[in-house]
Design a protein around this ligand. Sequence first.
Ligand code: G3I
Length: 367
Amino acid sequence: MRKLILLCFLLFFSCSKDDSTMDPLCCVHESITYVPTENLKDLASFPVGNIVSANKILTNNQFRSVLLNDFNSITAENDMKMANIFIGPNSYDFSDGDIIIDFAQQNGVRVFGHALIWHSSIPNWLQNYSGTDNEFEQLIENYIKSTVSHFSQQKMLIDGEEVSVVAAWDVVNEAFTSQAESSIFRQRIGDNYLEKCFTWAREADADVKLFYNDYKIESIPSKLNQVLNLIDDFRINNIPIDGIGLQMHIDHIDPNLVQIKNHLDQIIEKDILIHFSELDVTVNRNVDISELTYERALSQENRYRDIVETYRRVPFENRFGITLWGMRDIDSWLLNHHNNPLEYPLLFDTGYNAKIAHRGFANGLIE
Ligand code: G3I
């Protein structure tokens, strides 16, 4: 009897030492969460970011503490988009953006400005604007210059050096789509509206980094070529551009890693800053699981590791960082977008527990 008790004690002790869960018979189940021992931002040789809203910053203590624990760069998911800021002709509401900038400044984290021009974030009054094309163009120039100048005023000290809290802007987002082709920007300003927008942004702030941001650059060859041509055209014509944002809304299987590396390498060759700007990894596109299984969580962990490792192909001086597009699975835009509440694309579960996807991200960071 004493031997049996000792055996049970030893089994219990060995089971409870790892972070797997255990049932009463001491059968080990693999866990989809784990307890991190290191913070992502401390492991990384580049900024690691996540998205915020003014509302979450003001009202959610747990969100703030998880955010500051792992991340040192923030992007406004919506609050700094045109539809939120540009409330009327030459009239701006910077209040939510200011809350974000103040929070960043107090905590010494960088802000990535997102996004000045995007066909999906046009305020109604501007969409229906009845003035002339010249007046329209003047409004956009004023909007870009006012917004960039406003947010360039806040400074902070990083490693003893004074820097702007807003380090960069996505100046134009997703220009190579049919909706963008027919958007009021191209229609009213002309085919060179991108060039003009980047130039206005540079005139407003000589130092802030200017990015072109788009999705599926890593998977669609024609999209990649459009981006490569944009870089070349801008450089030939002395139009300012500092970086490319690859959104990286990807799946745990698609696109394959060889293709991602191949596309990334072609951008690396341009010697330009590179930001993985909106990373998330779907695991249930076919809605074939009704909860996150260990097998799928493990596949996602490996995928996050591979993507972060792949990012490290970018030379040190061109690493602008990786930003995740959301904290908890249930916060993700993808649940609405794919009309699938059973999607689990991010690093934290509903209770802000780190998923093993977080471990994959962390392992990908280790040089
Ligand atoms: O705030 C209103 C709320 O008052 C209203 O009741 C509700 C009704 O629909 O809408 C709320 O606004 C929504 C907003 O998210 C805040 O939740 C908008 O409808 C919804 O369109 C908006 O979606 C955002 C989307 O961009 C469009 O702006 C997503 O949160 C955001 O994650 C997504 O982010 C984009 C990037 O900016 C660019 N790349 C693609 C990425 C995913 O679409």
